[in-house]
Design a protein around this ligand. Structure first.
Ligand SMILES: Cc1cc2nc3c(=O)[nH]c(=O)nc-3n(C[C@H](O)[C@H](O)[C@H](O)COP(=O)(O)OP(=O)(O)OC[C@H]3O[C@@H](n4cnc5c(N)ncnc54)[C@H](O)[C@@H]3O)c2cc1C
Length: 507
């Protein structure tokens, strides 16, 4: 009989970036949180540069900024040699990202296409996974999140009252469980939640090697008749072998990496030593449900796809930002009936779109004439201003808008980070994780409305350099605009929108 630990509001399986960020969100909202992590050691070579490099999208950067985590991450990442790790950062033109390896550049992107975004221009950022996890871990610890390492979740049982998790020979009790335990999620499997989509077409490799003669490989990315490879001298290799994903589960030995490299490059290379290697595939699967009773999924546990285009982490952190405040409200008994289900309703379509984005890249990469023809067309399009702007919008996540059923064009979008007259920016006022009623006209009536949700809804009367024609707006804890009025609707009442997201007034 395993010993039973005291109960927590929320148990989280997995101390990856998504589990840690979600833990911070829940703790910020006052919930007790226990994170159960399989690995005893948080450090791993694949989290360090060069392979730990992660491109962060605009919604991620905004979320981190809204919790005061962006600057600590920048500070920490600045101590690493990020440009040295990413060959694309050393080019004379500033690369904005890529589609199946075809780059677009900042100087061709037209930010005017996103009129509701502030500040302008759009910021992008890359950081190593070790830094991302370290910053989130430090915040989680400071907030009082309990983290137990060396505790792989093995089994889950739920009742109407709560969830029991069996991990590392011990039983843990929680009101809720969130599986943030990666693509092979034990939580998802234990709950019998379907995970369906498209099977892999290839095995991808990231490897650090020593080559007998590096000059045999051309630097840069190359599509060949047998696959794709990217070579950065002296020995950083990424390559794709269309083998149906067969080699993903077998260890990548020196001999194997050499054989695949010879196959996809057509060059008679000799790998004299293999320092580090990992494999990945383009399987694209989505969880049928994000919630089963008191168990929820977030991050790779809910969706997996190829790392092409660097979206998975961003998608997962977006899940955490969306779920945290909703689950906390449910735990406090203040959530409107539908609130928790809006998590899957809002986030699953975003994941489905990203999965399709990664599938479209695979279609362009296949070693066949039709794909080469498609590649030529995409190259032409991405080199235009409209093309670069379109791809930037998708890759940077700038166009994200949840369908919240409101005519105002800002509703459902990320709140603009207004520059306020007191020299602060709006994001600074979202650090505590509450909803915010922003009022550019300092109206007593709006303040009185906000006062009816004490501890849940902050009120901010402010003046901004550029209001974007907005008079007032309701911002959810995740930074999404839930209601907005323009100058022409000065008497508009936010109360119905507040009730929809925060429930009945408490004062
Ligand atoms: C080569 C590569 C490059 C990538 N580049 C990018 C990029 O540029 N941008 C981007 O957005 N994404 C990128 N990704 C994807 C990104 O790394 C993942 O989407 C992200 O790490 C998912 O975070 P997560 O917390 O959901 O899962 P994970 O990072 O997988 O973390 C899951 C955690 O759960 C733990 N765990 C597993 N099983 C259990 C269990 N049974 N019990 C308890 N704990 C468990 C694991 O040890 C781990 O700590 C890349 C991925 C790869 C492979």
């Amino acid at each position: 009989m395993p010993s039973i630990s005291p109960s927590h509001d929320v148990l989280i399986a997995g101390a990856g970036p998504v589990g840690l960020f979600l833990a911070c969100e829940l703790r910020l909202a006052g919930c007790s949180v226990l994170v159960l992590e399989r690995d005893a050691d948080p450090h791993a070579p694949l989290k360090a540069l060069p392979f730990g490099l992660r491109g962060l999208s605009v919604p991620t950067i905004e979320s981190l900024d809204r919790r005061g985590l962006l600057q600590p991450l920048k500070d920490r990442a600045a101590r690493k040699d990020i440009p040295g790790a990413a060959h694309w950062m050393k080019q004379p033109r500033r690369a904005g990202g890529h589609f199946a390896g075809i780059q677009f550049f900042h100087d061709q992107v037209d930010p005017g296409q996103w009129p509701w975004r502030l500040p302008d221009p759009v910021e992008t950022l890359a950081a190593d996974m070790a830094s991302i996890e370290a910053v989130l871990y430090e915040r989680a610890e400071a907030l009082g999140v309990e983290i137990r390492r060396g505790r792989p979740v093995e089994a889950v049982a739920q009742s109407d009252e709560g969830v029991t998790v069996y991990a590392g020979g011990q039983a843990f009790l929680g009101q809720w469980l969130v599986g943030c335990d990666g693509g092979r999620s034990a939580v998802r499997k234990a709950m019998g939640i379907g995970f369906t989509g498209t099977a892999p077409e290839f095995t991808g490799y990231s490897a650090l090697v020593e080559l007998e003669d590096p000059a045999l490989l051309a630097p840069g990315r190359h599509y060949t008749a047998t696959g794709m490879y990217t070579f950065i001298a002296p020995g950083t290799i990424a390559m794709v072998d269309f083998d149906g994903g067969a080699s993903h589960r077998t260890p990548a030995t020196r001999e194997h990496v050499e054989a695949v490299l010879r196959k996809v490059s057509g060059a008679p290379v000799t790998v004299t030593s293999l320092e580090l290697a990992t494999t990945w595939t383009d399987r694209a699967y989505l969880a049928a449900d994000y919630r089963k009773g008191r168990v929820l999924l977030a991050g790779d546990a809910a969706h997996v796809h190829s790392p092409l285009g660097g979206q998975g982490l961003n998608l997962g952190l977006g899940d955490a930002m969306n779920l945290g405040w909703k689950l906390a409200a449910a735990i406090r008994g203040r959530a409107p009936a539908d609130l928790l289900d809006s998590y899957a309703r809002e986030r699953r379509p975003v994941a489905a779109q990203i999965l399709d984005w990664s599938r479209a890249q695979v279609a362009l990469m296949r070693p066949e004439p039709a794909s080469r023809a498609l590649e030529a067309i995409v190259r032409d399009m991405i080199a235009t201003h409209d093309g670069a702007t379109y791809f930037a919008g998708r890759v940077w996540g700038v166009g994200l808008r949840y369908d919240l059923g409101d005519a105002h064009p800002l509703v459902g979008r990320s709140a603009p980070d207004f520059a306020l007259a007191d020299a602060t920016r709006l994001n600074r006022h979202l650090h505590d994780g509450n909803s915010l009623l922003l009022d550019f006209n300092a109206r007593a009536a709006l303040r009185a409305i906000a006062d009816r949700w004490p501890g849940q809804l902050a009120y901010l009367a402010a003046e901004a350099d550029n209001r974007l024609g907005v008079d007032a707006m309701l911002i959810r804890p995740d930074g999404i605009v839930a209601w907005a009025s323009s100058a022409a609707q000065a008497e508009a009442d936010p109360s119905p929108a507040i009730k929809r997201w925060l429930g009945a007034p408490t004062a």
